[in-house]
Ligand binder design. Sequence first.
Ligand code: FAD
Length: 262
Amino acid sequence: MNIVVLIKQVPGTDNVKLDPETGVMIRSGKDTIINPLDENALEEAIRIKNSHPNVKVTAVSMGPESAIKALKEAVAMGADAGVLISGRAFAGSDTIATAKALAATIKKLGPVDLVICGERATDGETGQTGAMIANYLDIPVQTYVSSVEIQQAGVVVKRTVEGGFERVEVPFPVLITVNKDINEPGFPTLAGKLRAKQVEITIWRPEELGLDKSELGLVGSPTRVVKVFSPKLARDTILHKADGTTGPVDELMKFLAAKEVL
Ligand SMILES: Cc1cc2nc3c(=O)[nH]c(=O)nc-3n(C[C@H](O)[C@H](O)[C@H](O)COP(=O)(O)OP(=O)(O)OC[C@H]3O[C@@H](n4cnc5c(N)ncnc54)[C@H](O)[C@@H]3O)c2cc1C
């Protein structure tokens, strides 16, 4: 069975800088971590690998070359291989351009049975990429997955839905997005770290994916982040001191009426 896990490298800090002109995040490669829910995705793939024969786990990322670090970490945790798609032409991708590029990468890898993504990434946080990749691969998607059972010809997943759970049986190939209830991510072992040092991360450039230039990066992104700013928190305090009369209450009622709350 071939499993692909999608790994996004995200800022490991709240001090995220955005380009005020383009609205695109400045990714310096410093202070980066694997998106926490992608660690859950990876852990699930490794759990399946450890409990079933002939499972290959490939971690895939799109990002600057510093994302090699995230893929090496994935190998140290138990993935068999890592593929990075990287190049200036990918810069400024929205979820559509990201999903097209990642779907093309998965297709290039050959037949896949299960694709596992995090439910959302902590930086862009749209939660759209997984479902869009499934769309471009033309395979079914199951979101908010909190458990997976591997069957002969597919998976049975438990999905978190409003007010409870849903159990869905779906044939291979399938893409799932996982939430944090699925497992507790483990840590790289010493043997894993040593293996990661030896494993060469494959890097594919934009022109190797068979996509047209017009589908990549900022050019291929219909979404524009028009403006990015930090919202100003402003609070006015009006104090009416109790003076034994109904005055303060009357003032409050007038204030609420003026705000059309009453
Ligand atoms: C402030 C800000 C606002 C943005 N607003 C929008 C917007 O409104 N619309 C829009 O289309 N784009 C928007 N983007 C761009 C968006 O962040 C990118 O398209 C990005 O590639 C998708 O990121 P996400 O965090 O939304 O991913 P999500 O959809 O939240 O990620 C879900 C999962 O998909 C996988 N995944 C996502 N990206 C990658 C990757 N590069 N490599 C490997 N796996 C990956 C991971 O498994 C991840 O857990 C915005 C970016 C910023 C910084």
